[in-house]
Design a protein around this ligand. Sequence first.
Ligand SMILES: Nc1ncnc2c1ncn2[C@@H]1O[C@H](COP(=O)(O)OP(=O)(O)OP(=O)(O)O)[C@@H](O)[C@H]1O
Length: 301
Amino acid sequence: MSVVKEVSKMLLTVKDLTKKFNHKIVVNNINLSINQGDLVAFLGPNGAGKSTTINMLTGIIPPTTGIIKLDGLQPSSTQYHQKIGVVFQNSVLDNELTVKENLLSRQKMYRNSVDKLDDWIDKFALQSILNQKYGVLSGGQKRRVDIVRALIHDPELLFLDEPTTGLDIQTRKLIWKVLSDLRKETKLTIVLTTHYLEEAELADFVYVIDHGQVIAADTVNNLKQNFAQDVLTIYPSDMMKISQILSDYKYQIDGQQVAIFVQQYQAIDLLNKLKPVINSFEYRRGNMDDIFLNLTGKGVE
Ligand SMILES: Nc1ncnc2c1ncn2[C@@H]1O[C@H](COP(=O)(O)OP(=O)(O)OP(=O)(O)O)[C@@H](O)[C@H]1O
């Protein structure tokens, strides 16, 4: 029996997107193709142009040039806005209203919205703060309310602009657990900007952005393979014998240590061969930081 692989639908396409502020190019000719159901990360340092890109994709600011299409719709149309939810870096809720009042007033804006509010309140653990004014909440509490606000009309595509910056690890975990459950239950597509490498690692596809340009666009695995190799570092006791054993491997000698670019499982076999001629070793998996460093010569932060 042949297995038919489900082909993902293209949800959002962006062609030659550029934004200039007073002649300064902040987003420079960006192209994006985002499939339905994917989690896509924009990874880049401060000022790379991530928020400006999100602001254009959410229709908050117009592009200088370029085309944005979501299921054939443009950001100027009402239907486009029905299909998206946005969590901004800075909250847009009313500090003087309670959590409940804020969420109910948001819900009223969408006449056709499916009533899942109680479910969201439950999932994001908002029950105990429903009657508190939004303005007095902690950063983590506010963020959970912001996400529920963005989900209230059951969007197809959720934009998260640095959703967990400054939040504690428990809140980050809760948010990602709920969002990942949601992705499994529905075909929710998520586009997120982040500085956190471990968040970018959750993504199906990553756009690495620097100086307003996409400098790499690939899956996490491919990016790692190309720009963040796993490294076995050995400290040899007999350097002469090392080069014979390593004849089939890619390696670099740096003083008394040798860095060998080898994947985890091959490393086990190799270490067995090297055992008699080394004093010690370290093994380090390639990570998103290496990717950024190799692509730009600098770290993400
Ligand atoms: N309204 C504006 N007018 C002029 N310059 C702007 C405006 N908005 C953003 N910029 C500039 O555009 C550049 C990109 O900013 P943007 O906020 O998009 O970057 P970012 O990648 O989201 O950074 P961060 O991670 O710090 O949020 C910065 O140099 C910023 O100063």
